[in-house]
Design a protein around this ligand. Structure first.
Ligand code: FAD
Length: 429
């Protein structure tokens, strides 16, 4: 292995660093990247497709197609800056061992991810600066230590919502020169088939899957009056006019939550605040809350009984899993939801709650299987929000009511009285 001792060229400390894109696929308002740019004299950008996190089967899986398009756009963006994105396939430890064999690298910079598997991924055998950058509120600005994070969302929200939110400067420093990595085995991205996004995320056909696309989309959203009616429409099941769809842009970090917050504040200053504009902020706080819960509890959120000590309630069975996999349950409403998830890669928040409740309460399937099922298909998959919401519905997280059980017949009557949703997603299946 080559030495990674800092070399001195004519008295200047030379830092050959690596920036590892994990989830934050953007060049602006990206704190780990900012730190990296400040501290590097030359740089290589890498991304690692870890098969344990991303299975790359492309056959109709919109999540994977979305992800690969995003990588292609990121490659192009770096090329314009005179850089290259090295893409690897494998476990990070092995990838870095290979890089270090043929290259002198001083430091690695990357986003910190507080989920159990992603934390394990961090053991790569080289000094790495993992920098936290995915919440609206900085951890250091919380009015309590993280181990005192309230166990209910409402208490958390009340304690923090009046805090001043510090937003990072958006200037991105000049990029240092490129370091070519030698003797590494790069992964060649597969050719993408022709495909279209459908359902509630059909709009993705009109935007590049990139930082530019995210900014343009969020600006377009705030140029309408939709934010002022968000609260009354957010529970609808499908279409473009309910909820913001920001999750698809936040998931891979094409835009940061702080940037979204700035744009929301700008909208409010031009159009006025109301309950709906506040509610967008309120939902973004839920996103933060599940992140902070991960910092506090981490692996515990992945146990069958989660944060609860009483094991007696758990008696799950795998028997009904094939019914979910094949969208062949006794509820045509639920089958439509499964079809929508698989075909489009998206579900409304309401439908996620109904389907999760059905899987846990009616099918008696382990909620963690449900969380994995969503992970496979959701374009906007986010480890913190997915795990946090699943454990909440299953009643092993921080729900003060001990879990949520939805009456499927009632929900169907309320949200799909004319069968429009069912007909759309059960068609041709
Ligand atoms: C079982 C289950 C699994 C989920 N899995 C994910 C997931 O993998 N990725 C994901 O981003 N969201 C997840 N959610 C949360 C929520 O359903 C989505 O964030 C939301 O539907 C995305 O659509 P939107 O951007 O239009 O949301 P909007 O209603 O417009 O909300 C604005 C933003 O607030 C945040 N937000 C809204 N609701 C929640 C919530 N309940 N929890 C955390 N953040 C929230 C999101 O960042 C969202 O983009 C899940 C919810 C459930 C019930």
């Amino acid at each position: 292995m080559m030495s990674n001792i800092v070399q001195k060229d004519a008295g200047i400390i030379v830092m050959h660093n690596i920036f590892w894109f994990r989830n934050n696929f953007r060049l602006s308002a990206n704190e780990p990247l900012l730190q990296c740019l400040k501290n590097s004299t030359s740089l290589s950008f890498i991304h690692i497709i870890n098969p344990k996190i991303n299975e790359l089967n492309l056959e109709g899986n919109k999540k994977n197609l979305f992800y690969l398009r995003a990588l292609i756009e990121l490659e192009k963006k770096l090329q314009k800056k005179g850089h290259k994105l090295y893409i690897f396939h494998g476990e990070p430890k092995e990838v870095f061992a290979q890089i270090m064999m043929g290259n002198k690298i001083n430091e690695v910079y990357a986003e910190k991810i507080y989920a159990p598997y992603e934390l394990e991924e961090e053991n790569i055998g080289i000094h790495t600066n993992f920098i936290w950058d995915s919440t609206l509120i900085n951890e250091s600005d919380l009015p309590f230590a993280i181990n005192e994070l309230p166990d209910t969302f409402t208490t958390f929200r009340k304690q923090i919502e009046n805090n001043k939110i510090r937003v990072f400067s958006e200037d991105t420093p000049k990029f240092p020169s490129k370091t070519n990595l030698k003797e590494v085995k790069e992964f060649k991205l597969p050719l993408l088939p022709e495909f279209m996004f459908t359902g509630s995320v059909e709009f993705l056909n009109d935007y590049p899957i990139s930082e530019e696309g995210a900014n343009r989309y969020v600006d377009d959203y705030f140029s309408t009056q939709k934010p002022s009616t968000y609260k009354s429409t957010r529970n609808e099941l499908s279409g473009m006019n309910f909820s913001t769809k920001f999750s698809v842009w936040l998931s891979l970090g094409f835009i940061s939550v702080k940037q979204v917050f700035n744009k929301l504040k700008e909208y409010e200053s031009l159009n006025g605040e109301n309950e709906s504009t506040y509610w967008i902020f309120f939902e973004l706080l839920w996103r933060d809350y599940f992140r902070f819960l991960h910092i506090k509890y981490n692996k515990q959120l992945y146990l069958k009984n989660g944060l609860e000590r009483n094991l007696q309630r758990i008696n799950y069975s795998n028997e009904n899993i094939p019914l979910i996999n094949s969208a062949n349950t006794n509820s045509t409403f639920i089958n439509a939801a499964i079809n929508e998830l698989k075909k489009s890669g998206f579900l409304s928040n309401r439908m996620r709650q109904i389907l999760a409740s059905f899987i846990v309460n009616e099918m008696n399937i382990d909620w963690r299987w449900g969380a994995d099922f969503f992970q496979k298909f959701l374009i906007d998959f986010d480890i913190y929000s997915n795990q946090g919401n699943w454990i909440y519905i299953a009643g092993f997280g921080t729900d003060p009511r001990g879990g949520r059980k939805f009456n499927i017949v009632k929900q169907k009557k309320m949200y799909d009285p004319n069968n429009q949703y069912e007909n759309k997603w059960n068609e041709n299946t």
